[in-house]
Write a protein that binds this ligand. Sequence first.
Ligand SMILES: Nc1ncnc2c1ncn2[C@@H]1O[C@H](COP(=O)(O)OP(=O)(O)OP(=O)(O)O)[C@@H](O)[C@H]1O
Length: 677
Amino acid sequence: MSDSEDDRRESSDTASGEGEADSEAAADGPERGRIAAAAEDVRRPLPSLLRDGGRGNLRWLGAGAASSVAAQFLSNLDMFIVGLAFDAMFNGMSYDLPLVPAGWIPADPTGMLAFTVALLVGLKLVDMTFGIFAEYALFLFAQRTLHRIRVDAFDRVQRLDMGFFDTQQTGEVMSVLNNDVNSLEQFLEVGPNLGVVAVAMFASSVVYMALLNWQLALISVAVAPVLLAANVWFGARHEARNDDVREETGILNALLETNISGIQTVKAFGGERHETERVTDRSATHRTASWRAHMVGVGHQPALRMLAGVAFVATLFVGTEWAIDSRFWLFPGTITAGELVPFMYYTQQLVMPVRFLAWVTGLYKGATSSAKRILGVQRMEPPREEGRTELVDPEGRVEYEDVSFAYPGTDERVLSDIDLDVEPGETVGLVGETGAGKSTLLKLLQAYYDPGEGSVRVDGTDVREITRDSLRTSIGYVAQDPFLFTGTIRENIAYAVSEADRREASEDASSAEQDSAGRSSGRSPREDGDSRERGDPTDEDIEAAAREAGAHEFIGDLEKGYDAEVGERGVMLSGGQRQRIALARVLLADPPMFIFDEATSHVDNRTEVLIQRSLDAVTEDRTTFVVAHRLSTVRDADRIVVMDDGRIVEQGTHDELLDLDGKYADLWKVQVGAVGT
Ligand SMILES: Nc1ncnc2c1ncn2[C@@H]1O[C@H](COP(=O)(O)OP(=O)(O)OP(=O)(O)O)[C@@H](O)[C@H]1O
């Protein structure tokens, strides 16, 4: 790291703050994010994160640091040798070098010069070798550690309970995975090396100064504690404000992301100007936080340079007086010109390490705030304990016993005293007014949340005791607004099977000797004697699933057919088309149970009837829940369960419920137009 690079960085830092003083007025105090707050009590977040992320690679950190120290000591040795050589060549003093046999050193000045040049070239080669190895080892440590931290953080987020995502803005989580991991990267890529270089440069300069003249060294080094204290003082003030900047970045990101995701709604309501104003306000708060963070640091570098300059001038003054008069004021001392020249060089060398340290400290502080937030993600509402029982080929008996539930963080019960037994292979229609609790009931079956009271069982086992993986892959779930991944229609349909197979493949790999029959549900399309590779369903499988889902026809009309791109989140398809792709996706996965939560609500009546016919065949032997507002969708279900305000109020077949003339009958009459709403 050169001096000029350092200067460039300083000047760009200061330039960005010009003219911002007025923005202080716009500060309305950043909202402290819950993510950072969760790790507020960790005393040393960065070391704790690095210890964990760097496990297995700490030896590279040690080896790199040792090499870097060796390189710095070798690099600073040259001026020491030059000083001795000058005194020997010009002042006739003896040319003694530690570890070098006296017989090797020529007696004449020309020979001494040739010997010195050869020695310096040799030293530079060794110095270079150590330097290269240090860069290699420290970068290796940084990249491996960062890779692990990034993947661990992502994995943590993936595993967090749905309750976390209900209450946490996705933009803030994205900011941790993105900005905070990047800030850690910035630190890791330069921090360890620069930190070690700074310390080794400082230590080697002090050692060589002490060897040359320890009394004068005391004067030069006296300023060091003041330099370090100034460094710590500036750094501490910077840290608190840096936290605010990161919080603000997270909040701003959340706002931007929500806005862009909902851009159609914004436009539909002509809300562009309002949205821009909101972003302007938030961005002003962010600018203020950055400005405040920057302002505490403007005096940092200049103050360090000034203090180091004082040490340099004092050493020059005293040293030169000693060289001329062997006395400065009351203090006697001697030093040769050959010693004074390298001495002044080393005094200059004291400035750079402290400036490096200031820089590393800045990066360290930034990385500390980021580490706090990364640790915060890890400590947010830890995922609930997961069961250990594997659900293998479930029959599909589902029982809700006395289930009551309120969403985490709320007191309001959305399900009360639910008792429901569903026979294997039964198709249950769930109906009820909006907000009645239908989707929530099914979320408990998939163990996205635990019931507050009572239990939900599949084949007699409480879902809390079943591994989430085996539970959720046993239930094919299609939502009203299914998510499609950017990619082709083929890739989107293949997703569920590829995922299931990948999982199975990795499980098989870890238990290679076990029964090669695996734990397939017995209903997989693979059973049809096809020869496709794992994770790679054949075109015929995909097409068959698309036909069952009523999607094949419209896919055939697309210019690229199954290879047509669906756009981000499937924006290039209509709502009904997206639903049919999502249906094809679960049909291809071929699970033993199904949940269709308004899965055909965007599809026209005629298409729905066609889909219904093929679904009837597929779901005949499998436990299936169908949530629908359009009652014709569930009319033929084995049983219809009517919910109201979190309770089951009626159940029976369509005809039985009409005879009952209760809630269902009312809903039906409204839909067939027999009565007004
Ligand atoms: N993540 C959540 N956090 C807090 N409350 C929630 C959450 N999701 C749903 N609710 C509340 O739970 C209640 C039941 O919602 P649910 O989605 O189960 O109803 P629903 O019958 O499926 O409605 P709809 O027919 O409109 O889909 C509603 O009052 C809703 O506001």
